[in-house]
Write a protein that binds this ligand. Structure first.
Ligand code: NAP
Ligand code: ZN
Ligand code: ZN
Length: 350
């Protein structure tokens, strides 16, 4: 297979900083789109993976799964993209395309297992996938989405993971005008969840450990905010229909299960490396559910991009250059970002 050497940022071990390194990208196949990456968001999952929080990380790892850019080349069989188009790539770059879930556009549930854009076995081309902390990427057009031109490109990048990851469960659990929706954790996912749940018409309450972020929640659109370190605020909080948990570290979910109405759901999207404990009475009482959700399919990723364009929603970002990724990782680890780092990839191309 012919390949091309390009610039990327990756880590050689769980404790090593990311640094500039060359990687090989496959040549553009008949159904492939080559995208010049303009911006890539930094999700906490990138950090978990670099730190091997979930086990299974293969080094060197090139993270990055909130990719936006411009189409630079297309294969002969490509029908949905042309050179110059804006394009986005999220977590999924391939799946079996044959199972019932792939058929329904829910590639995230693919029975054979989908291919993650980074640190995943590339079942079709061999090797390990390298993500968006790089100057370009080659992806089958079926796994590429259109980025609406009305969106600011840098602040639209986080929609590709943070946006879809919160949109999918909010839609599934029917966030709407008559619903009280809670959001735990005011980070990348959390701040997108406020904006999207508000656009769906829900009454949104944010739970944060940070006083500074609590002060900012109303600006982001929240109707109410609870400082979760304050027991009195938790005690007086009204019961919620659904609470979306975006916390990246081990925490006590029982507090939030007890804030649910009868038949309410606590929906986990955060991915702490350690197991979370659930007290039996906290779900048995009130027939409550503790459930989870992972990203969303390709069609739904397009849907959330279009939804965000319609409702003028983008992420609040801090734009950085590739040589600032390590500093950004350190701040992300401490929850110190308002509210998503996005890397400008220009320096990698020059
Ligand atoms: P993030 O920007 O770091 O936000 C996480 C927030 O969690 C922090 O801002 C903080 O909010 C809160 N938090 C962190 N440590 C905490 C602790 N010890 N106790 C209580 N709260 C704590 O991360 P993100 O990019 O939004 O990602 C959040 C999680 O979702 C990560 O675990 C990531 O891997 C996962 N994720 C899952 C999916 C999926 O498909 N399921 C997709 C993307 C990401 P406050 O400062 O407001 O308290
Ligand atoms: Zn992510
Ligand atoms: Zn499948």
């Amino acid at each position: 297979m012919t390949t091309k050497s390009i610039n990327a940022y990756g880590a050689e071990s769980a404790t090593a900083p990311v640094h500039l390194l060359p990687i090989e990208r496959r040549a553009v196949g008949p159904h492939d789109v080559e995208i010049e990456i303009v911006y890539c968001g930094i999700c906490h999952s990138d950090l978990h993976a670099v730190h091997n929080d979930w086990g299974g990380t293969v080094y060197p790892i090139v993270p990055g799964h909130e990719i936006v850019g411009r189409v630079r080349a297309v294969g002969d069989g490509v029908t949905r993209f042309k050179i110059g188009d804006l394009a986005g790539v999220g977590c999924i770059v391939d799946s079996c395309r044959a199972c019932a879930h792939c058929h329904d556009g829910n590639e995230q549930f693919c029975e054979k297992g989908w291919t993650v854009v980074f640190n995943s076995k590339d079942q079709k081309h061999g090797g390990i996938t390298y993500g968006g902390f790089s100057e370009s990427i080659v992806v089958d057009e079926n796994y590429v989405v259109h980025v609406p031109i009305s969106l600011d490109l840098a602040s639209a990048a986080p929609i590709l993971c943070a946006g879809i990851t919160v949109y999918s469960p909010l839609k599934h659990w029917k966030a709407g005008p008559d619903k009280k929706i809670g959001i735990i954790g005011l980070g990348g996912l959390g701040h997108m969840a406020i904006k999207i749940a508000k656009a769906m018409g829900a009454y949104v309450t944010v739970f944060t450990t940070s006083q500074a972020k609590a002060d900012d929640a109303a600006r982001l659109g929240a109707d109410a905010v609870v400082l979760s370190t304050d027991k009195n605020q938790l005690k007086t909080c009204p019961k919620q229909d659904m609470i979306l948990d975006t916390v990246s570290a081990k925490h006590n979910v029982n507090v939030y299960l007890n804030l649910l109405k009868v038949d309410g759901s606590l929906v986990l999207v955060g991915l702490p490396g350690e197991p979370l404990e659930v007290g039996a009475f906290n779900i048995v009482n009130g027939r409550r559910s503790f459930s989870g959700s992972t990203i969303g399919g390709i069609a739904e990723t397009q849907e959330v991009l279009d939804f965000c364009a319609e409702h003028h929603i983008t992420a609040d970002i801090e734009l950085i250059s590739p040589d600032q990724i390590n500093a950004a990782f350190e701040r992300l680890e401490k929850g110190d970002v308002k509210y998503r780092f996005v890397i400008d990839m220009q320096p990698l191309r020059s």
